[in-house]
Design a protein around this ligand. Structure first.
Ligand code: ATP
Ligand code: MG
Ligand code: MG
Ligand code: MG
Length: 432
């Protein structure tokens, strides 16, 4: 037995041809004299029509015993049939059950019965048999692929940095401590310090697509404990160049998804719009005014609360940057304005009420970096190896980190970040 076609490759022009399909029993309808089986494979669904007039009683009995979600192979002849999905049906000549599914199913992949997200995640393999769910991951994969191509074409090199780290990137919170032989270590919460050390190598433009781990205390619809971060860092560049790179990348990825994932977007009912460039830029101070005008309290020097993000999302419809953040709420490696050090060259990229990226011009001056580490209440001694890279010729540089799942949420219209991860990790979930 060898599969010859996928469902989507069949059409009326193939009338009379013999094909072998392999997939799952999506539905079975037994009307006595005729049995209809819907066979589902990666791309689509084919109707297998078994009329007792045309096929042997033995074959009829075999088909009658099919169970929902069993894996089957069907060899048969194609027949044009305007009423069947895809305009064709297959009249079976030989069938084989490759593996029988247990009954009842924990979850119905035909989408007739809506299941709770926890039930779905527990049986994710069944959940992913729904084309409307696998569509999300096809889109995420296309997005990631287009990001790689885009950055490589812009002269960036893909790198891999450690996820087992000896010290915290930005301080103690949100860190997962682990046992590393006889010492304590942590799961990396960001490749930030390694990306910056790469700027002292002459490689100039690097990116990494890898997991980051954050011990998020609260269950929200946009935080997970393990996510994929798309990180880029550019030498001899500032915030402006970093922002331009980021908005072009977002634009490019959305265009690629729109062109290459039409069926998937349709499965999701999403009308994807390619955003216009450049994205609007709001200053932090303007954001405060907007948020306050919506009746939500936001003091200067505060990070955006959820209520503030929502108020902002009511006014700002698409993608936009927030610039000129107060230095006090941005990390130590962010460059302050020369004349007004309480302001920083930091930016966030937002989509409506969702932060999808943070970036900045970085501090490249050793002494300023030490000063800022101290002023954040951290100990420069624990950053010794990182700091040394700033003493032997560190060029000015800038960069950003873009959350792959947050970006996938924007493209697919998903409201819960869990929908965009195969096996999400949150406070309550560590399996499967
Ligand atoms: P937030 O304010 O939403 O908690 P953050 O400012 O803490 O995000 P950064 O440290 O700026 O996040 O990380 C860069 C990007 O990584 C974020 O803009 C977001 O897209 C993504 N990200 C960070 N933490 C998480 C998380 N826990 N779950 C999902 N995505 C995350
Ligand atoms: Mg956070
Ligand atoms: Mg933030
Ligand atoms: Mg941020």
């Amino acid at each position: 037995w060898k599969r010859t076609h996928y469902s989507q490759e069949l059409d009326e022009d193939m009338d009379g041809e013999t094909v072998t399909l392999m997939g799952w029993v999506h539905e079975i309808r037994d009307l006595g004299g005729i049995i209809f089986v819907l066979l589902r494979d990666r791309n689509g669904i084919t109707q297998i029509t078994a009329p007792s007039k045309k096929i042997t009683p033995e074959l009829m009995e075999e088909i009658r015993k099919f169970k929902k979600e069993s894996v089957i192979a069907v060899k048969g002849t194609i027949q044009g049939s305007p009423k069947a999905p895809g305009g064709v049906e297959v009249i079976p000549e030989e069938v084989k059950v490759l593996n029988e599914s247990k009954q009842p199913l924990p979850l119905d992949p035909t989408e007739k019965v809506r299941a709770e997200i926890d039930t779905r995640l527990d049986s994710r393999y069944l959940d992913l048999r729904k084309h409307s769910i696998s569509a999300i991951f096809k889109i995420k994969s296309t997005m990631l692929h287009s990001v790689r191509i885009f950055l490589e074409e812009k002269g960036f090199m893909e790198v891999n940095t450690p996820k087992l780290v000896g010290s915290a990137t930005e301080g103690g919170t949100e860190l997962f401590p682990i046992t590393y032989f006889e010492r304590e270590a942590f799961l990396g919460q960001s490749p930030q310090l390694y990306k910056q050390m790469m700027m002292a190598t002459g490689l100039d433009k690097v990116f990494e697509i890898a997991p980051i781990f954050r011990a998020e205390e609260h269950d929200t619809l946009r935080h997970l404990n393990e996510v994929i971060s798309i990180d880029a860092e550019l030498a001899f560049a500032d915030q402006e160049e970093a922002m331009e790179l980021l908005e072009k990348l977002v634009h490019h990825a959305i265009k690629e998804v729109k062109e290459n994932c039409q069926a998937e977007l349709e499965d999701l009912g999403v009308e994807l719009e390619v955003p216009e460039l450049p994205f609007p830029r709001l200053e932090y101070d303007e954001v405060i005014d907007i948020v306050n005008s919506k009746g939500v309290q936001l003091q200067h020097g505060e990070d955006l609360s959820r209520a503030a993000e929502k108020a902002l999302g009511e006014v700002m419809d698409g993608y936009y940057f927030i610039t000129n953040w107060p230095s006090e709420i941005k990390p130590f490696y962010v460059q302050p304005h020369e004349d007004e050090p309480e302001k920083s060259y930091a930016f966030d990229l937002m989509y409506r009420d969702l932060e999808i990226s943070s970036g900045a011009t970085r501090v490249h001056q050793h002494d300023l970096l030490v000063k800022q580490i101290k002023s954040k209440g951290l100990n420069p001694d624990s950053f010794q190896r990182y700091l040394a890279a700033f003493e032997y010729g560190m060029p000015p540089h800038a960069g950003w980190g873009l959350g792959a799942e947050r970006f996938t949420m924007c493209i697919t219209g998903m409201k819960n970040i869990r929908e965009t991860v195969l096996f999400p990790r949150d406070r309550r979930r560590l399996t499967p």
